[in-house]
Design a protein around this ligand. Structure first.
Ligand SMILES: Cc1cc2nc3c(=O)[nH]c(=O)nc-3n(C[C@H](O)[C@H](O)[C@H](O)COP(=O)(O)OP(=O)(O)OC[C@H]3O[C@@H](n4cnc5c(N)ncnc54)[C@H](O)[C@@H]3O)c2cc1C
Length: 454
């Protein structure tokens, strides 16, 4: 059987602080998945007095959260809460109570408590001062350790046994079952599977009669077949402040050229449209406006003052266009750039790129689909599986990039943790802690034999 490890070495002081929790008497709660949703559920449960073990099949916690940190960790957004909630589209109504109960400011306060101040960027997005996830995660794991939360890393959740116990596989391949007073499932979606969330839970829950909306890639890069020369020269280069158009929809921001196409906020924002259109028609056209703040008329006027013999490259460079932008215009019009100022301005405002599809789940930022909201109650407990709660990207929501995904993971992790604590009798109906865990019928933790002690 596997060992439960603290997320890091406890110091003596930490052990003393954790001693107030009567580990043997407290009800046992298993959290599956050490992403932000699972960690937050664990914190809430531990604070309510539960004995919490987080089972995680990767060798370390929160790998996707750390990866999000590589892009600066856009943790939430500062816009008005009504507008914020509307970003979840079809799931907005279902997610609203959770996000309102733990709104963006609460998440910023949580970061500050962990020693990581946040700031609002020019776009309204909120980032930690370090632009990284690792300092925040380190502080958080320290705090979870102080609260007595332990980790069973390299432990895979395999499903539920007939009697409702968890089926788990430890690092040595040994399978065992573990009965828990409550379970929080926070296994994530299925994007970037190499970071841990691979959607293996879908079949398990469907077999138990739970409705799961099929998982698909969301916030994906657009696939564009670049010419070899453009790809060789500009892969990894940013193209700043563009406006992308697809049909009626527009999205503005910075994008990056990749070997297979384009990535970045505005591309992700249009990705579900691009995916659907490319699926129907084999390919679709994305229009790029390289100068969204200049009207076509002004641009044409500016471009008309061109010395007769000057090359396109020199002329456009002097007019302020980057080499990548000029390259992109050539990709959009491979038969050659027009010399006529009007036509050139039209191309700069509407450079057509042929998009053959969007990147799959292996590189998508998030996953659309998941456990249908009709399957869970107001505490995020599965109606068909009392005592089993669901949090984070496993749920059927999606949102654009901008901090909405992490905010939802935190808010639903908190709600599921509180729901599980209430189910265990650790919180009263008003959500206040107060009942003594030692008086509860299921207070014997399954690891009372000490097999899981730190
Ligand atoms: C490259 C990238 C950048 C991102 N940037 C941002 C951003 O800037 N802002 C933002 O809001 N969002 C961002 N996201 C999205 C955000 O990271 C996710 O929405 C968030 O991590 C979801 O949290 P979660 O806890 O629900 O799931 P996850 O973080 O996916 O955690 C699920 C955990 O469950 C574990 N697990 C899965 N199956 C099992 C099993 N069978 N047994 C045991 N453990 C299991 C996994 O290993 C994983 O640790 C980004 C995502 C990616 C891929």
């Amino acid at each position: 059987m596997g060992q439960v490890h603290p997320p890091f070495a406890f110091s003596a002081a930490v052990r003393v602080e954790a001693a107030h929790i009567n580990a043997a008497a407290a009800p046992f709660c298993a959290v599956i998945g050490a992403g932000p949703a699972g960690l937050f559920a664990a914190e809430v449960l531990a604070r309510a007095g539960a004995r919490v073990v987080i089972y995680e099949h990767k060798p370390s916690p929160a790998r996707k959260f750390l990866m999000a940190g590589r892009g600066g960790l856009n943790i939430t957004h500062s816009e008005n809460l009504d507008r914020f909630v509307s970003r979840y589209g079809a799931a907005a109504k279902r997610l609203a109570p959770f996000v309102r109960a733990f709104p963006p400011q609460a998440l910023r306060d949580f970061c500050a408590e962990l020693g990581e101040a946040t700031f609002i960027g020019s776009s309204g997005r909120v980032f930690p001062a370090s632009f990284k996830a690792s300092p925040l995660l380190r502080g958080w794991l320290t705090r979870l350790g102080k609260l007595g939360v332990t980790f069973a890393l390299r432990h895979s959740f395999l499903g539920f046994a007939q009697d409702g116990a968890l089926r788990l596989r430890g690092p040595d391949g040994h399978e065992f079952s573990r009965a828990a007073g409550a379970v929080v499932l926070a296994l994530g979606g299925a994007s970037w599977p190499k970071l841990g969330s691979e959607g293996g839970w879908v079949g398990l829950l469907k077999a138990a009669g739970i409705e799961v909306t099929p998982l698909s890639a969301a916030n994906s890069g657009a696939l564009v077949r670049w010419s070899p020369i453009f790809r060789a020269d500009f892969e990894g280069q940013p193209i700043k402040t563009v406006l992308l158009r697809h049909g009626e929809a527009t999205a503005r921001g910075d994008m990056v050229v990749t070997a297979k196409g384009l990535e970045g906020g505005p591309v992700y924002a249009l990705s579900s449209r691009l995916r659907e259109a490319a699926k129907t028609d084999g390919a679709t056209t994305l229009l790029v406006d390289l100068r969204p703040d200049t009207s076509q008329v002004c641009l044409a006027r500016k471009l008309s003052r061109r010395p007769p013999k000057q090359s396109h490259a020199t002329f456009l460079r002097r007019a302020g266009f980057s080499k990548a932008e000029i390259g992109l215009l050539r990709e959009a019009q491979p038969e050659g750039l027009p010399r006529d100022a009007e036509a050139l301005a039209t191309l700069i405002k509407n450079a057509p790129l042929k998009v053959s599809g969007v990147a799959g789940l292996e590189r998508a930022i998030s996953t659309a689909g998941g456990v249908a909201f009709d399957e869970v109650d107001a505490d995020l407990m599965l109606r068909k599986m009392p005592g089993v709660f669901v949090a984070g990207e496993m749920l059927d929501y999606d949102a654009p990039t901008g901090g909405y995904l992490l905010q939802a993971a935190f808010a639903t992790g908190r709600a599921a943790g509180r729901g599980a604590a209430r189910y265990l009798g650790l919180l009263d109906a008003a959500g206040q802690a107060g009942l003594s865990p030692s008086h509860l019928p299921n207070s014997r933790a399954p690891e009372a034999s000490n097999k899981y002690s730190v």
